[in-house]
Design a protein around this ligand. Structure first.
Ligand code: PEP
Ligand code: MG
Length: 586
């Protein structure tokens, strides 16, 4: 038995048989050809490339049907890349000048691009490297034909283990046979991780040497909660996990029953539970689990899954789709939060030295006015279709908020002049996710219509710890007393100025942390749809006066470890059922 640790990117536990999907490109050797064969070889490359383009069109159609139009757009990006002369000309040149076979030239050129992106050592570029590798494999499959037949051999209950798995490979896995996947490379924000969640397959990435150590056909367990992969588990571990999987199944069934119940504490305090979404289709999942609307729509995913800047109409259609699915429930649209780990092609080409402290989010929008105004027009037009709120990310000073709001007013004026409908009273709020905004939250509370606490960023900027860097991951802790103090300060400022405050960072979905947040005065929590049922269970299980006691006690503790331990103990005593599916420590 061997236990490997990786990054959990998609929940769930699966036990099955290893299916190693090896790296096709690594097996291609440099094959010389006679000089008079070069034109023939270039033609062979062209045929393979065109066939790969055709394959991608089918994959795109299939992905649209399975994971929705927006998520499927990544394949349009791939289509564009495979027709881009920057990528294909060097292949032709190589065949022509170095007299090598088409597959050798493809492998070398694409690998060079992949290595170049990967050496930049940033999530944004690594993701780009994944895309290039995916394309290389597609063309190579057509040239040497090995990998597809390998995938055709896949048996039932397969756990696919690969050095890397590209988005198109992930989406093409046969869901009747594949139970989970594991990759050596990859990070939390890679496109493949997003596809895994959209498909609902447990997945662990960044598992270093998994594909080297795993042996085809051996038994394996994938734990998508803890990011653990157990090769050849012994009987005791296999038994524990069987029980664990059964617990999880019962837990999910029991959570399903909560959808129609109210999120009210036993002493009558109502908590609003909202969903975070990246794609419009996810609004349906929020409604399905009984969410009260969308508290955060990360609209930058419109850019990340497209090969062009989305038009006003594309924005509008996405928002209209959300509004339709939400059927009267509110939609909070956050203006694009590009930059840092969320990039566009243009930004990849102009890297910043310190992108998390650079031109990201609202700063980027305020410097890209036509783009910003296009989105604002679409949001305002959509506001005539249903309840819509608007908020800006990463606000760090009041002038920034005022400036952004001024543009909203400008766009309103234009729309009014053109006789286009919109909601003139649309709520304009802001994310509070920088320490500067938290510290002067009282000043902001006189300007903004509402606050949404972005704890993911607030934690990284408060503790000075990059949220994407695994080297300092142990320091990234929502329980740090400084973070908790800042949250209280934001909530108090909102309360004193009578504006609503919610929280939409990942920490809102941790059951014990939710108790603390409620005790601090938060009445709206926004989290990924799958986390909402368990949060509802927590809300329904603990009276507010207990949450307040817990928050008071947490305030007397001075270390993150103490606070975290205390909260966990309390929550496990008060709502043990919220931890049912997580109680096995294998
Ligand atoms: C946050 O920072 O907490 C947040 C919700 O925004 P994002 O994770 O998209 O940066
Ligand atoms: Mg943020």
């Amino acid at each position: 038995m061997e236990s490997l640790e990786g990054i959990p990117v998609s929940e769930g536990v699966a036990a099955g048989r290893v299916f190693v999907l090896d790296d096709l490109s690594a097996r291609i050797v440099r094959r010389p050809i006679a000089p008079d064969q070069t034109e023939e070889e270039i033609a062979r490359f062209e045929r393979a490339r065109e066939a790969a383009v055709e394959d991608l069109r089918h994959v795109h159609e299939r992905a649209k049907a399975e994971i929705g139009e927006d998520a499927a757009r990544i394949f349009l990006v791939h289509l564009g890349m495979l027709q881009d002369s920057a990528l294909i000309e060097p292949v032709r040149d190589k065949i022509r000048t170095e007299h090598i076979a088409a597959e050798s030239a493809v492998s070398e050129v694409f690998r060079m691009w992949g290595d170049r992106f990967r050496s930049m050592n940033e999530v944004a570029f690594t993701t780009k490297a994944d895309d290039v590798r995916d394309l290389a494999d597609r063309v190579l499959e057509r040239l040497v034909g090995a990998r597809r037949s390998r995938l055709a051999e896949i048996g039932m209950n397969a756990i696919v283990i690969a050095r890397d798995l590209t988005p198109s490979q992930a989406v093409n896995l046969d869901k009747n046979k594949v139970l989970a996947f594991v990759t050596d490379l990859g990070g939390r924000t890679s496109h493949t991780a997003i596809v895994a969640k959209a498909l609902g397959l447990p997945a662990v990435v960044g598992c270093r040497r998994a594909s080297e150590l795993a042996i085809d056909g051996e038994s394996v367990i994938v734990d998508g909660h803890r990011g653990r992969v157990i090769l050849s588990p012994d009987e005791e571990t296999a038994e524990q996990y069987k029980e664990y999987a059964e617990q999880r199944r019962r837990f999910r069934v029991s959570l399903g029953e909560l959808a129609s119940l109210e999120a009210v504490t036993p002493d009558g305090h109502r908590i609003e539970l909202l969903g975070n979404i990246e794609f419009p289709e996810e609004a349906a999942s929020v409604v399905e689990v009984g969410g009260g609307g969308v508290g955060l729509y990360r609209t930058e995913f419109l850019y990340l899954t497209s090969d062009h800047e989305p038009s006003e109409e594309e924005h509008y259609e996405a928002y209209a789709k959300c509004i339709e699915l939400l059927d009267g429930l509110p939609l909070t649209i956050r203006t694009v939060d590009l930059g840092a780990d969320k990039y566009t092609q243009q930004r990849v080409e102009q890297p910043e030295r310190n992108p998390f402290l650079g031109c990201r989010s609202i700063r980027y929008c305020l410097r890209s006015l036509p783009m910003f105004k296009t989105q604002l027009r679409a949001i305002l037009r959509a506001s005539s279709l249903g309840p819509v709120k608007l908020m800006f990310p990463l606000i760090s000073g009041v002038e920034e908020f005022r400036q952004a709001r001024l543009y909203v007013r400008d766009v309103m004026e234009d729309l009014r002049e053109s006789g286009v409908d919109f909601d003139p009273d649309i709520a304009i709020g802001m994310m509070v996710e920088t320490p500067s905004a938290a510290v002067i939250a009282d000043m902001f509370a006189r300007e903004a219509d509402f606050f949404s606490i972005g704890s993911n960023d607030l934690i990284q900027y408060t503790i000075a710890v990059d949220r994407t860097n695994e080297q300092v991951a142990h320091l990234y802790d929502p329980h740090h007393p400084a973070v908790i103090r800042l949250i209280r300060q934001i909530v108090d400022a909102g309360r004193r100025n009578d504006i609503p405050v919610s929280i939409c960072g990942e920490s809102a979905s941790i059951p014990e942390y939710a108790l603390l947040l409620m005790g601090l005065g938060l009445r709206t929590l926004s989290a990924t749809a799958s986390a909402l049922p368990n949060l509802k269970r927590v809300v329904r299980g603990v009276p507010m006066h207990r949450c307040e006691q817990i928050a008071r006690k947490a305030f007397t503790l001075d270390s993150a470890a103490q606070i975290s331990g205390y909260l966990r103990d309390q929550a496990r005593q008060l709502v043990p059922e919220a931890f049912d599916g997580r109680s096995v420590e294998a």
